[in-house]
Design a protein around this ligand. Structure first.
Ligand code: ADP
Length: 222
């Protein structure tokens, strides 16, 4: 891959598509940061800033946090020095207004934009999302249906026995997140497809298979 051109990779996929995991692997491989708006928002929501309460309430019901809040968070994160060589956006943009905003940001910075869709059927998504949990020690992600730790109660990566389920991962909320995805985010995919910026990867396979297809696609265009 040509590392002299700074690249902005946008990862898009419904909840449970594995885009967070794939973004992390790609981030380590390319040596550019992964920026997850979900993670940033969860951090703000757990604090006591002006917007914390509002963000927490919206995330708990599976809705989208207002664009203006995202715009501030993304602008400030992308201006940090580690983004100079490129970055991976995980979870942004999620609607057409966010697409337009990101375009205006990237215009100034002159990045090569590439958008990756990770596509997964809805029934698989529900199991993936409702079964998902993570290690509080190192952040490793597991699933009670598909990916348990080798030793039931101990993290494979760091040995911690402290696991967390996300509070927005129950089925009702997941359905609402999927609804938002269909309504707001599918038009984003159409938009990028029409601009020939979209690469679509079949996400209904093992993490390694998805990652191999992803990097194979990227090596052709980067
Ligand atoms: P998932 O992709 O599985 O839904 P995320 O961690 O990406 O999980 O997002 C969790 C929640 O954070 C979303 O349901 C939404 O409430 C909020 N969120 C994340 N990114 C955005 C965004 N770009 N715009 C609005 N809300 C967002």
């Amino acid at each position: 891959m040509d590392s002299s051109v700074p690249v902005a990779i946008v990862m898009i996929g419904p909840p449970g598509s594995g885009k967070g995991t794939q973004s992390s692997k790609l981030s380590a491989f390319l040596g550019i940061p992964k920026i997850s708006t979900g993670d940033i928002l969860r951090q703000v929501a757990s604090g006591s800033s002006r917007n914390s309460e509002e963000i927490r309430a919206i995330m708990e019901t599976g809705g989208l946090v207002p664009d203006s809040i995202l715009a501030d968070l993304v602008t400030s994160r992308l201006s940090e020095p580690d983004c100079k060589k490129g970055f991976i956006l995980d979870g942004y943009p999620r609607n057409i207004d966010q697409v337009i905003f990101l375009e205006s940001l990237l215009q100034v910075k002159n990045y090569k934009l590439l958008v990756v869709e990770i596509a997964v059927p809805e029934d698989v998504l529900l199991k993936r999302v409702t079964g998902r949990f993570s290690c509080r020690g190192c952040g490793a992600i597991y699933n009670k249906y598909f990916l348990r730790p080798r030793n039931e109660k101990i993290c494979d990566q760091c040995g911690s026995a402290d696991f967390a389920y996300r509070s927005d991962d129950n089925e009702l909320v997941v359905r609402e997140r999927l609804r938002e995805y269909t309504l707001q985010t599918l038009p984003v995919l159409d938009y990028y497809k029409a601009k020939h910026l979209l690469v679509s990867v079949d996400g209904n396979r093992s993490l390694d298979e998805v990652y191999d297809e992803l990097t194979c696609h990227l090596s052709k265009v980067l």
